[in-house]
Design a protein around this ligand. Structure first.
Ligand SMILES: [Zn+2]
Ligand SMILES: [Zn+2]
Length: 388
């Protein structure tokens, strides 16, 4: 399809770092030891702590009902207080190291707001449930758990060693990460309801009986295969059909690959792809446990294949999708066009003639041809609807 040399396209956008530098009127150097990184860490931790405190105040509006009653609250309160102290520590360090204090002041302000609102000691109000809610708790948990796995992994075994954590586009991708977690209710209604309704119409009882008679482990393995075949078909259609490509090219607009880059998916892309994959699993009739196990796998694997990470076990690349396999899917080179559509099993691409894994090589760059997406979740949400 339409990839090509976007690397030398003019760059009208600000990188997130430049944006932050402008926001804080701070154009001082940003390398290690200048107080830039500690300033950013102070802001991130202060913001997460503030969001967690707000979740304690308004659980009915800001937390998922599926998770609400299950938290070990003593641990959550301790974590909030530790995050607050760390935020203040990092912000203070930034103010010591940096002549411009705005970054440190912002971190302190966020931590201060969380402290004023009661920090980890907030009494949880008793009250009814709300019909509409955000998954702010799901977002905070998602950031902490995913970063805990992938930041050390990318730090220890990076493909591009020079790549910064706060690289071009990170703020856009963070907005996607936020939206996909915070809007969990919208996503699950839009994905689940049509799939369940259609699934019961399309179900073939003898096939479902056969599948449910299999042991769970086999059902799980089969579910991965069925889901990846469905995902392959939908993904290929998103590349081949011009109107669908308008939505999917949002995902291909990332120009730097790392764990958070995979979050960049247009809402239409997410709903159609996840809905149809789920439909395939429901029609096949897999046990709920196998479906949940598959959902847990895909939520890890879809992040993993975007990571800036070189695994030591190259021989596995042929059988299980690794970062190099999916990085080729995002490559700007002509040789990377319409290849490696699978998320889990590269063999599907081998069967269907779209497998591309040149010996020991990675793509030179990532992105879409002659075009750059606008920055920001909202702008990218309307981008497919804009006339060229
Ligand atoms: Zn694609
Ligand atoms: Zn991708």
């Amino acid at each position: 399809m339409c990839y090509g040399a976007s690397m030398d396209a003019p760059s009208p956008r600000l990188t997130a770092e430049q944006w932050l530098a402008r926001l804080f009127a701070d154009d001082r150097p940003r390398h290690l030891g200048t107080g830039w990184l500690s300033g950013l860490l102070g802001i991130v931790l202060g913001l997460l702590a503030l969001l967690a405190v707000l979740c304690l105040h308004f659980p009915q509006y800001l937390t998922l009902p599926e998770l609400r009653g299950r938290y070990p609250l003593a641990l959550v309160r301790l974590a909030i207080d530790v995050a607050l102290l760390a935020a203040m520590g990092f912000a203070g360090l930034s103010m010591l190291l940096r002549r411009k204090k705005a970054l440190g002041v912002a971190g302190l302000a966020l931590a201060g707001a969380a402290l004023l609102l009661g920090a980890g000691g907030v009494e949880i109000p008793r009250g009814g449930a709300s019909a509409v809610y955000l998954g702010i708790d799901w977002f905070v948990l998602g950031v902490l758990s995913t970063a805990a796995v992938f930041v050390p992994l990318e730090g220890a075994f990076p493909h591009r060693r020079e790549q910064a954590a706060f690289r071009r586009g990170w703020l856009t991708d963070t907005q996607y990460f936020f939206a996909s977690h915070a809007l969990a209710q919208v996503m699950s209604v839009a994905v689940l309801a049509p799939a369940v309704a259609l699934g019961s119409v399309l179900a073939v009882t003898p096939v479902q009986d056969l599948i449910q008679s299999l042991p769970l482990v086999m059902q799980f393995a089969l579910a991965v295969m069925v889901a990846d075949l469905a995902q392959y078909a939908v993904h290929r259609a998103f590349h081949a059909v011009p109107v669908l490509w308008r939505f999917h090219k949002v995902h291909h607009s990332v120009e730097v690959m790392d764990w958070i880059a995979g979050s960049r998916l247009h809402l239409v892309d997410v709903i159609v792809t996840r809905g149809l994959v789920l439909l395939a699993l429901l029609v096949a009739g897999f046990d709920q446990v196998a479906v949940y196990a598959y959902l847990a796998l895909v939520s890890f694997h879809a992040v993993f294949i975007h990571a800036n990470f070189v695994p030591r076990w190259g021989w596995l690349e042929r059988w299980i999708a690794m970062p190099r396999f999916h990085h080729w899917h995002h490559g700007v080179e002509p040789e990377a066009r319409d290849v490696n559509f699978a998320v889990h099993l590269p063999m599907i691409d081998r069967w269907l003639g779209t497998y591309h894994m040149p010996e020991n090589r990675w793509p030179e760059g990532y992105g879409i041809a002659g075009e750059r997406a606008p920055e920001g979740w909202m702008r990218q949400l309307v981008w497919p609807f804009r006339r060229r």
